[in-house]
Design a protein around this ligand. Structure first.
Ligand code: PXP
Length: 249
């Protein structure tokens, strides 16, 4: 019997907003990109409303929510301001990420160990509102256990180090494989993302416990050369062929 889990693609549209903001106008529009991404085969849209609003803004989140029927995964810091916005927006999932203003992108996973009580109290209203709770973490057992303890539905495993050829590679891949199996065994849904591109997506897509990949920067960059639709179509093909290849052994 084929028990393979399907693998979804969430397209992160943050850097469409980065381009728009570079000129302060309205083009390119992240809502139009979100609609095109869904038409091109994305299963959902991801957007990170950063505290400094450097790319996606509050009005983008509201407009994306309004425009798309597909699931919205709202990436956000663990702050009261962001919890209030999530409760207003009602995304399908809230993915809690660590945030430092001076960082270029989300460096490292959320420190769940040691912060269980604070996170449980802060995030409880999201769970009570029926918003799925996702925690963006490094691939390690301790953070997965703490995620389980605070009631996370999902952990998204940070693939940034794996994708960084200077520090990543086989050791990081082994860590991600182990964490995916460990988390799934505890009943947590497993996602992965950060830094993934055509060259790196295959081994991650082949991990059978992973149910969703969230990919942004590469797809937006690649769309300069081939268009968003083609970039997404090719990414989906690579994901699917790695998944099937793995299934065939
Ligand atoms: N997942 C999470 C939790 C992220 O913070 C990001 C970056 O915003 C991504 C996935 C997508 O990363 P990238 O843009 O490098 O594909």
């Amino acid at each position: 019997m084929d028990t393979q889990k399907p693998l979804r693609l969430g397209v992160n549209v943050d850097h469409v907003a980065t381009l728009r903001n570079a000129r302060g106008g309205v083009h390119p529009n992240p809502v139009a990109a979100a609609l095109l991404a869904i038409k091109s085969g994305a299963d959902g849209i991801t957007a990170h409303l950063r505290e400094d609003r450097r790319h996606i803004r509050d009005d983008d989140i509201a407009a994306i929510r309004e425009a798309i029927a597909a699931p919205l995964n709202l990436e956000m810091a663990a702050t009261e301001e962001m919890v209030a916005i999530a409760l207003n927006t009602r995304p399908n999932a809230a993915c809690i990420v660590p945030e430092r203003r001076e960082e270029v992108t989300t460096e490292g996973g959320l420190a769940v160990v040691g912060n269980e009580d604070r996170l449980t109290d802060l995030l409880r209203p999201l769970k009570e509102a029926g918003i799925r709770l996702s925690l963006f973490i490094e691939a390690n057992e301790a953070d997965i256990e703490s995620a389980k303890q605070i009631g996370a539905d999902i952990v998204e495993l940070h693939t940034g180090s794996y994708c960084n050829h200077l520090t990543g590679g086989p050791t990081e891949l082994r860590r991600i494989r182990h964490a995916a199996a460990y988390g799934a065994n505890l009943g947590i849904e497993i996602h992965a993302g950060h830094g993934l591109g055509f060259d790196t997506v295959g081994p991650i897509a082949a991990i059978p416990e992973i149910e969703e990949l969230n990919i942004g920067h590469f797809l937006v960059g690649e769309s300069v050369f081939c268009g968003l639709e083609t970039a997404i179509t090719q990414m989906r093909q690579k994901m699917q062929s790695s998944r099937c290849h793995n299934n065939l052994g």
